[in-house]
Design a protein around this ligand. Structure first.
Ligand code: SF4
Length: 294
């Protein structure tokens, strides 16, 4: 296949050879892989974008608590702060990004419809980061799609070289991967070069290596939703660093290799089993009791 890639090195070579941004290589690869016209691939991504918008829209208005009462209503609280930014240390972009990411996480926890991009647990970071930044620089829907395709390309490389499964690699594979994907997508939306996109992805992912999966009661609520919100901060920061020409000293493919190695040596207690970390704190045990798990 003409546009096939499994590593960042291969992806960057394709970008150079065809003089195209990452998003267009990713789109062409997907069309080739599924044997579908590019228009079909674009339409599917638009559907994903619209579903993500819908989750954000519902989430920022919702007061609904989950059955466990552990989460719910925080997206609305954060979104309200946009009218009172003097109270916040973050700016409009970052507070809104956290609100949007939380909205998606809360919709997920309340059985709403979300897009697992790349997974349900990490589904808030990409819409949070990309939508909020797109609003800031008045990016059209087309540019947003470019960001999403670039994010997808980075997700593919992580899936090929390591994993996107928390059961295999802990939260570095869910929220960590999502932050890395969002950092790259945002960088392309800001007209960063393919190299800058990949540096942003590497810097973001390095910050999440070793992050364990330790959800209370095994539910994707705590610490998941807040990890998504705060992940937007890292994605925006990594993109800013890349745009400022800061480079990752370690190439992205090597970071992915390190992630794989860490996943292999991570205790099963810290890989989605709720047998370690925050899941076995006093509060975590209380939740397990409430849920009848112990
Ligand atoms: S803690 Fe586990 S369940 Fe929660 S977002 Fe991270 S990987 Fe997913």
């Amino acid at each position: 296949m003409k546009y096939s890639f499994k590593t960042a090195e291969q992806l960057l070579k394709l970008c150079k050879k065809h003089n195209l941004p990452i998003s267009l290589i990713a789109k062409r690869y997907e069309a080739e892989r599924c044997d579908k016209p590019i228009a079909t691939v674009r339409r599917k991504m638009k559907q994903a974008r619209d579903a993500m918008y819908e989750a954000v829209r519902k989430g920022i208005k919702s007061d609904e608590k989950t059955e466990t009462k552990m989460t719910g209503g925080d997206a609305k609280n954060l979104f309200k702060q946009l009218n009172n930014l003097r109270n916040m240390m973050g700016n409009k972009v970052t507070v809104r990004a956290m609100a949007y990411a939380t909205a998606v996480g809360e919709q997920n926890a309340n059985m709403g419809r979300i897009v697992a991009f790349p997974t349900a647990g990490g589904a808030g970071v990409i819409p949070g980061t990309l939508f909020s930044c797109a609003e800031h620089f008045h990016a059209g829907k087309r540019k947003l799609l470019r960001g999403m395709f670039t994010s997808a390309a980075i997700g593919l490389i992580i899936a090929e070289g390591a994993t996107l499964s928390a059961a295999k690699g802990g939260c570095q594979a869910e929220v960590g991967a999502a932050v890395s994907m969002a950092a790259a997508g945002l960088t392309e939306m800001r007209n960063g070069t393919p190299e800058q996109c990949v540096h942003a992805a590497a810097m973001a992912l390095k910050s999440y290596l070793g992050l364990v999966c330790d959800p209370l009661g095994g539910l994707v609520e705590v610490p998941c939703i807040k990890r998504n919100a705060l992940g937007c901060m890292v994605a925006i920061g990594a993109s800013d660093m890349a745009i400022a020409e800061v480079e990752s000293y370690i190439p992205f493919d090597e970071v992915v290799g390190a992630m794989k190695e860490i996943a292999e040596i991570m205790s099963p207690k810290l890989r989605e089993t709720a047998l370690g970390g925050l899941a076995v704190t006093k509060t975590g045990i209380e939740i397990k009791r409430k849920l009848g798990l112990i």
